[in-house]
Design a protein around this ligand. Structure first.
Ligand code: FUB
Ligand code: ZN
Length: 613
């Protein structure tokens, strides 16, 4: 099994462009905003363990530990980049509370201690191991960022308890977590500080899953948490999308750590099933809110898409792990689709508000169709919110954006891979790589490799790219332009053609039949009714002409587009059905904005897929 080493965010600095701006906004606005919301809602206070029945503070939720953990992980990434005393003091305070309230045997969980004492490891769906996973990831991030090991040492005590309870004594009421996460966290901890215990416990949970399928209770089916069959036999993505992709990430780690080809084969098939049959053009996954889940192949409804922000993040995590064990550009393509579309749409342009669900269509009129019944379908909200009752997505976004540079580069024995294009500087083992680019404003990428004589530079050829240029001889290998690096100071110039294009969906996606979407490079566009007098339902896309590119005025960081269209003039005198319809149309120019920026100008109709003329 070919095995690459991903370069950590600690070794790769984003030095400018679209993502430097996004990271600055994350640091200056979003991380503080999430902190404030979590203060206001009692999530930080909950770590004081003062809640009791009738107390004048909100009742902790059973996975609030994980919300704060993801926030700490984000803070750790920032602390690695620049010191910040106040930020560090807040993190240290939470660690103090965790240390103070950890039970003598190592158990730590707020809800199971103050709200439901005595309920430890009784209910598979009560997220204790999920919370531990996020706390462990935070502890690893903090350790790697600051060199401080108190948090990680503390969490180790909990990991040891879990090992005793689940592996040695088998005394818990369930055998594997109801929400996966601890598996990938344990492999991550093992990489940061190799303790066999981490690896053994992660391997145990992954091998055990699906070997004794039981319903979780209530409406939770074994399929919901991928506990229906052993993981090596799983070939179809099922159930809750975040759970699934966290599991698949853990499985990919398992394959890497244990050199397990059978596990890799399962991961490959699962990745194919998700990305070829169950993924929206924006990278979103989760076609139904029921169970926040995958459904059947090609079932990709636009207006009711669930497409949770966390699910897109989880799929990018899975893709990044696959890239390491099966170096192929299609994994990095999916990550790119996510970062410019399905993940980024979760965040408002001002950096303070969030979507949990990311639909591909908003039709306000359609939402009135069930006025006569109380049994109306539910639709995704149309405006981002500052916090949710279940606010898993905001701190997932902050940690993902803060550590984004970790998915840009990986190295093999002879190869240096460039997966994602952004201005950056990376250092590893005497080799320095710098990238200069305005991508995705334009497609020119200049790479300079210092100290790389005799190596090969592998630059991803994006799956969306139809024309490119390169200034040096190369071959194409599994989607990577492969260049020899002949000396110790070599520069390479590559140009990707970013001409906008119309794309169509597989004909089995019933919702998108007869429709087109518009993409420019990795960025998917959408139309918003606020930009036109026409009803989007009556707009017909004219695909004969390539949409015009309008340079960004600073609003989005990428250009907007203008598409030729015609608009059907409705005729109230015409019959509802006609064998010989007289359709009157008027030509129009329809502005398109990047999908990630929809719903930033008030509530309005929106469409990614537009009916073709
Ligand atoms: O259950 C924890 C998190 O909350 C899940 O990952 C999300 O889908 C949301 O349900
Ligand atoms: Zn979420």
């Amino acid at each position: 099994m070919e095995h690459l080493q991903p370069l950590s965010y600690l070794n790769v600095d984003i030095t400018g462009g679209f993502w430097a701006a996004a990271q600055k906004r994350n640091r200056d606005v979003t991380i503080p905003a999430v902190r404030d919301r979590f203060e206001e809602t009692g999530r930080f206070k909950a770590f004081d363990f003062t809640w009791k029945e009738g107390a004048d503070e909100p009742e902790p939720h059973f996975f609030w530990d994980s919300d704060v953990a993801k926030w700490i992980e984000s803070a750790a990434y920032e602390l690695a980049k620049a010191p910040d005393e106040a930020l560090q003091a807040l993190v240290e305070r939470v660690i103090d509370r965790i240390e103070a309230h950890m039970e003598p045997d190592g158990y730590f969980n707020i809800w199971h201690t103050v709200v439901q004492p005595g309920s430890r490891f009784q209910n598979q769906d009560r997220h204790e191991l999920y919370c531990l996973g996020h706390l462990l990831e935070a502890a690893v991030a903090y350790y790697e960022a600051t060199g401080r090991d108190r948090f990680l040492n503390t969490m180790d005590r909990y990991v040891e308890l879990v090992y005793r309870t689940f592996v040695e004594e088998k005394s818990a009421a369930f055998d594997v977590p109801g929400h996966e996460e601890i598996e990938l966290a344990l492999y991550r901890a093992w990489r940061a500080r190799p303790r066999e215990l981490y690896k053994e416990l992660a391997n145990y949970f992954i091998d055990k899953r699906g070997t004794d399928p039981k319903a979780l209770g209530g409406w939770c089916h074994p399929l919901y948490c991928q506990n229906h069959i052993p993981v090596r036999s799983q070939r179809e993505a099922v159930g809750h999308c975040v759970r699934a992709c966290y599991l698949y990430s853990g499985m990919a780690d398992y394959a890497a750590v244990n050199g397990d080809e059978e596990m890799l084969a399962a991961c490959r098939d699962l990745f194919e099933d998700v990305t070829r049959r169950k993924m929206y053009v924006t990278g979103g996954i989760g076609s139904t809110h029921r169970g926040e889940a995958f459904t059947i192949p090609y079932d990709l409804p636009n207006a009711s898409a669930y497409t949770e922000t966390c699910a897109s993040i989880a799929l990018a995590m899975f893709a990044n792990r696959m890239l390491v064990i099966d170096p192929d550009s299609r994994y990095a393509d999916v990550t790119e689709t996510e970062i410019y579309n399905g993940i980024l749409s979760g965040l408002s342009l001002d950096g303070e508000a969030f979507f949990y669900e990311n639909p591909l269509e908003i039709d306000l009129q359609m939402r009135k169709r069930d006025v006569s019944t109380t049994d109306a379908p539910r639709w995704p909200i149309t405006q981002r919110q500052k916090c949710f009752w279940c606010s898993c997505c905001p701190p997932n976004l902050t940690r993902f954006i803060a550590s984004l540079s970790g998915c840009a580069i990986s190295v093999g024995e002879k190869d240096v891979y460039l997966h994602q294009f952004m201005p950056l500087r990376a250092e590893t083992d005497g080799l320095t790589l710098t990238v200069e680019t305005n991508y995705p404003v334009d497609g020119d990428v200049r790479v300079r490799v210092l100290g790389g004589a005799g190596k090969r530079l592998k630059v991803r050829l994006p799956g969306w790219c139809r024309h490119y240029t390169a200034d040096r001889a190369h071959t194409v290998d599994r989607g990577y332009l492969t260049f020899d690096v002949p000396g110790d100071d070599c520069a390479f110039e590559i140009g990707f053609d970013l001409t906008p294009c119309f794309i169509t969906a597989d004909p089995r996606v019933a919702e998108d039949v007869g429709k087109v979407a518009v993409r420019r490079g990795p960025v998917v566009y959408c139309a918003e009714a606020v930009d036109t007098d026409a009803s989007l339902a009556l707009v017909r896309a004219d695909t004969a002409e390539t949409p015009r590119v309008i340079p960004d005025d600073g609003t989005y960081g990428v250009p907007t587009l203008v598409m030729k269209a015609c608009v059907i003039a409705p005729d109230d005198d015409a019959p509802l059905y006609s064998a010989d319809p007289a359709v009157r149309t008027t030509p129009a120019e329809l502005p398109l904005i990047p999908y990630f920026a929809f719903a930033n100008r008030g509530e309005t109709d929106m469409r990614v897929w537009l009916t073709k003329a």
